[in-house]
Design a protein around this ligand. Structure first.
Ligand code: ZN
Ligand code: ZN
Length: 429
């Protein structure tokens, strides 16, 4: 195929859907977006510490003519572009990276180490693709700023800190996100994942992900010499029984077909092989979709942990701290249906797929709970060839948070910008 032919096809495609960002518009914005991606990928910052990251994003958006407010609860930023009468539409990106050692082997892989909130030195990497979301936002911001004749209203871009530790959205809301700035009618966000090949997007009307609850359970025992267990109450043995019993909640108590996950993500107990410690700590994450199942599972955890402690002759009942409680993200079904058509026109029908809800969580739900219609969609990140190979072989590519997570930036970033521009133009018609 020669280039004239390509351009002809592309301009015909552009004509076919007036809302789509033309390839020329995306191509013009792409190098800057891609450069920002590489820079941020190499310089990740942990949740709540996204100082340089936020400054870079703010600088780019200011350079594009946006009215940027920094330090909206810590490192949060809000960038506004007013363009006449019309609705306010918000697009959100996260700013934070994760503690973890990057093993992607990319030339621009992160080699950084930093101190976490507990003061421990940890490696840090963008293992969730938030760097790609920021790069796409800058590309989208450029296209929107350079095509003000294609939309009207107020575009509100926000860079949210601390998504991974859940607190950023709440923090920005508490710092006046909806009172100091125009309240959006719609909030949009996307997330890159290897669940789809790059070039495609996924839409889930209604419940998009799961309710997430994080619990810390402390089991109490009586410490002593490892050689004299009869003089002690061993909290490790109680913890072990508890962990296994908790698994009967999803498998035996929750109605088959309902979604419930109970994961014990950490067990902390003891210091030395011949010392029986006096307590053991379990960190749990609980994922559910319906409010009733959520209530049922949380009650069962309390019942089982208490009963196991009693069975083990613990000197006191365990304490259960409910550290996090995040509601599922809800995609307004009518809006999702409408934007499905928009994305099909922009990316091609074959590149828009309907997806099942995913078993993850996200603090985007806090915005939606403020009475803002939400549209949260999935951006394909997998190298299409590797994706096809994995599918054929019945395996899966590294998921988000894996040390091997590396989205196929080109085309995923292109598609991300195209998708965001199409959605924003549709909402700001
Ligand atoms: Zn994540
Ligand atoms: Zn993420």
């Amino acid at each position: 195929m020669n280039w004239k032919h390509v351009l002809l096809v592309l301009s015909l495609t552009a004509l076919a859907s007036a809302q789509s960002a033309s390839s020329k518009e995306v191509a013009a914005a792409y190098p800057d977006a891609q450069a920002l991606y590489v820079d941020i990928h190499q310089n990740p910052e942990l949740s709540g510490h996204e100082v340089q990251t936020a400054a870079k994003l703010a600088g780019r958006l200011r350079g594009l003519g946006y009215d940027v407010t920094e330090h909206v609860r810590g490192t949060g930023i809000v960038a506004i572009l007013k363009n006449g009468a019309g609705p306010t539409v918000m697009l959100r990106t996260e700013l934070d990276a994760l503690p973890g050692e990057e093993k992607t082997g990319l030339t621009y892989a992160s080699k950084l180490r930093t101190k976490d909130d507990a003061g421990h030195e940890v490696p840090v990497m963008h293992a969730c693709g938030h760097d790609l979301h920021m790069a796409a936002m800058v590309g989208t911001a450029a296209v929107m700023a350079h095509s003000k004749n294609t939309w009207h209203g107020t575009l509100m871009l926000i860079g949210q800190p601390a998504e991974e530790t859940i607190g950023g959205a709440k923090g920005m809301l508490a710092d006046g996100l909806l009172t100091r700035f125009p309240k959006p009618a719609v909030a949009v966000a996307m997330h890159v994942a290897n669940l789809l090949p790059a070039g495609k997007v996924g839409i889930t009307p209604g419940v998009f992900n799961t309710n997430a609850d994080a619990l810390r359970v402390t089991i109490y025992g009586k410490g002593g010499h490892g050689a004299a267990p009869h003089t002690t109450v061993d909290p490790i043995v109680i913890a072990a029984r508890t962990i296994l019993a908790l698994q009967t909640i999803p498998s035996r108590e929750v109605k088959p077909g309902e979604m419930a996950v109970v994961t014990v993500g950490y067990v902390h107990a003891g210091t030395k092989d011949n010392i029986i410690p006096d307590q053991a700590e379990l960190g749990l994450t609980v994922r559910t979709r319906s409010a009733e199942v959520r209530k049922q599972v949380l009650a069962a955890i309390e019942r089982i942990t208490k009963a196991e402690a009693e069975a083990g002759n613990a000197p006191r009942a365990p304490t259960i701290e409910h550290n996090e409680a995040i509601d599922a993200v809800y995609n307004d079904p009518a809006l999702a249906e409408r934007l499905k058509g928009t994305l099909e026109a922009a990316l091609g029908k074959e590149n828009v797929v309907m997806e099942e809800p995913i078993p993850a969580s996200e603090d985007f739900a806090y915005y939606v709970e403020q009475g803002i219609a939400g549209f949260y969609f999935m951006l394909g990140g997998a190298d299409p060839e590797k994706f096809a190979e994995a599918e054929a072989g019945g395996t899966m590519l590294p998921s988000n948070h894996s040390p091997l997570f590396a989205p196929d930036v080109d085309p995923a970033l292109h598609t991300g910008i195209e998708a965001e521009v199409a959605v924003l133009r549709e909402l700001l018609k």
